[in-house]
Design a protein. Structure first.
Length: 567
């Protein structure tokens, strides 16, 4: 292919009537001040989209534009170009055509990048235009650290030989950053961050150690290695989190933070002794992102409108319920972010603090020094707060303090582990809270679950199996509604799973006068009948079925959560 011509992006966009002269002038002035690329400045100001720019460049240069969202990249070809160069030049190898390599570039007018890529590959290259956002996502998927991790695990195993070496203690000394155990763990954290894993599991088995990642709620094997490296990994992690490295018989938990792929990641660690050695589970909490606006949670519009009104009240309790890992904290923080104004004093009491939110006072409990939920809550009430977030209602004392605060002029947010919204009030009563207090304090209860969403790059129509068809019939879904059902066949975008990302499904029970009256009396059946009437069929399961019919999730996923929310 001929070397691309040098063109001016601003001129192209004006020529193709995508921006005005005034918009270009404004963007060029901003570019002078911040030194960013013109395309990025235009996109950030919402003058054009990344797709607009890529398609305009493709038309001008008469080269193809490729939408990477629907492109299954060949990992072997991708890695012909080293990752550092791929990121630097914003380029990715897409395919081989007649002994030439097709390279996707975010900026095909960058002639020095074109020349350097040709020199590195020692091949003739063709160029296609791709958007920068999709390109960076493809690079993250294409340059997984699996081989590097396996290699480092082998190197660590060889270093240990037949004897156990205390790499944890060794690595405490200055200059041990290059120790194999340190490099291995850094690669594991980098890889886990790159593919959005929520947890890392290190599990010694007989003769081998497994490292697994939880991605979108499902565990995936990262690598397996010789079991003799497990003690070195555990010791190093204990050292990083300030745990007792000599105690191997009892479970321990702690926390530390690391930098992985230029992100700050808080790590909550728990160790547990097993037959084959200590197992470690680490929860990764990214502090540089993850906050979601209320309107991005996926609540039904009418529910979102009512929820926004409820969280602006001056007192009462709002509870979010669901199993571990169902996104309860994300929902509560989205609500806090919405009401976080200069005239509100907000205090959170959590274990651990999962999001950093400027302008609010966040307290992390510490059982070891008796800094418990109840103790911090009593102190927090003396800090003159308007809004309090209690990470979790773990015991009757915490629940009672929270409900009293809700009765005395504070808006209180918290979470509880219950199956559905209606059952939450009875759970509080079971904890020993007086009925009158529950009935008069709780304003609303939201129950939620997370469903994996169908990968947008490999989705296709799904024909239900006999078992699925039988279940769908019970749930009132008829064969004429099957046309919208989708599933993912598996591709490089979703690591072959057919799913990419998760979405929330919700139900909200708002306390009416009728429900308050029913909750104050000892007649569970009567209350459940009224609660069911108030939900009007707008349950977690009905919301999930609706998303399934729209092709956003699969029949299998909805069947999975139906087992959690039905008797």
């Amino acid at each position: 292919m001929a070397r691309p011509e040098k063109v001016r992006l601003g001129d192209i966009l004006i020529q193709q009537k995508l921006i005005s002269q005034d918009q270009l002038k404004f963007a060029l002035e901003q570019q002078k001040r911040n030194g960013r690329k013109l395309g990025r400045v235009l996109v950030d100001n919402a003058f054009v989209t990344e797709e607009n720019i890529s398609e305009a460049l493709a038309r001008q240069l008469n080269i193809p534009y490729i939408n990477l969202k629907h492109y299954n990249v060949n990992l072997e070809l991708v890695r012909l170009l080293p990752e550092s160069q791929a990121r630097r030049f914003r380029a990715i190898i897409l395919e081989e055509r007649n002994r030439m390599l097709l390279v996707g570039m975010a900026d095909p007018t960058d002639l020095s990048a074109f020349d350097e890529i040709s020199r590195i590959l020692k091949r003739d290259i063709d160029v296609a235009v791709v958007t920068e956002g999709q390109l960076l996502e493809s690079i993250d998927r294409g340059y997984r650290r699996t081989e590097e991790i396996t290699g480092l695990a082998r190197e660590l195993s060889e270093d240990i030989g037949d004897n156990y070496v205390d790499f944890g203690a060794m690595s405490a000394t200055v200059g041990m950053e290059e120790a194999p155990v340190v490099k291995l763990l850094q690669s594991v954290f980098d890889d886990a961050t790159q593919i959005r894993a929520s947890d890392i599991h290190i599990e010694p088995q007989e003769g081998r150690v497994m490292i697994r990642f939880r991605i979108d709620g499902v565990l995936h094997l990262q690598t397996e290695a010789d079991s003799k490296i497990a003690p070195a990994l555990v010791l190093r992690l204990k050292l990083m989190s300030g745990l007792d490295i000599s105690e191997k018989r009892l479970p321990q938990d702690g926390r530390f933070n690391v930098r992985a792929r230029d992100q700050r990641v808080d790590v909550r660690i728990a160790t547990c002794p097993t037959q084959n050695g200590e197992t470690v589970v680490m929860r990764l909490l990214r502090q540089d992102g993850g906050m979601v606006g209320l309107d991005k949670l996926g609540m039904p519009p009418d529910m979102l409108k009512r929820f926004r009104e409820i969280i602006r009240r001056s007192n009462g309790m709002v509870l979010v319920t669901g199993p571990t890992g169902s996104g309860k904290t994300t929902t509560l923080y989205s609500a806090l972010a919405e009401i976080n104004t200069i005239d509100q004093k907000i205090i959170t009491v959590e274990d651990p603090v999962e999001y950093r939110l400027p302008g609010i006072n966040q307290v992390q409990i510490n059982e070891k020094i008796d800094l418990t939920f109840s103790r911090v809550l009593r102190s927090a009430l003396r800090q003159d707060p308007d809004v309090i977030l209690i990470g979790e209602m773990r015991d009757a004392e915490t629940a009672q303090i929270g409900l009293r605060a809700a009765m005395t002029g504070h808006l209180v947010f918290s979470t509880l582990h219950t199956r559905d919204a209606a059952g939450t009030l009875f759970r509080l009563v079971d904890m020993g809270i007086p009925r009158y207090m529950v009935a008069s304090s709780v304003q609303a209860v939201i129950a939620q679950r997370l469903l994996r969403t169908v990968c947008g790059s490999c989705s296709e129509q799904h024909i239900p199996t006999a078992q699925e068809a039988e279940w769908l019939q019970v749930e009132g879904v008829t064969p004429d509604q099957y046309s919208g059902l989708q599933h993912g066949r598996g591709c490089s975008h979703c690591n072959g799973t057919g799913y990419r990302g998760r979405m929330g499904v919700y139900e909200m029970l708002e306390m009416s006068h009728e429900m308050v009256e029913a909750a104050a009396h000892d007649n569970a059946t009567h209350f459940m009948q009224i609660a069911s009437k108030h939900l009007h069929g707008k349950t977690v399961l009905s919301h999930a079925l609706e998303q399934m019919k729209r092709g956003r999730t699969t029949v299998a996923e909805v069947m999975r959560i139906s087992n959690q929310v039905e008797d």
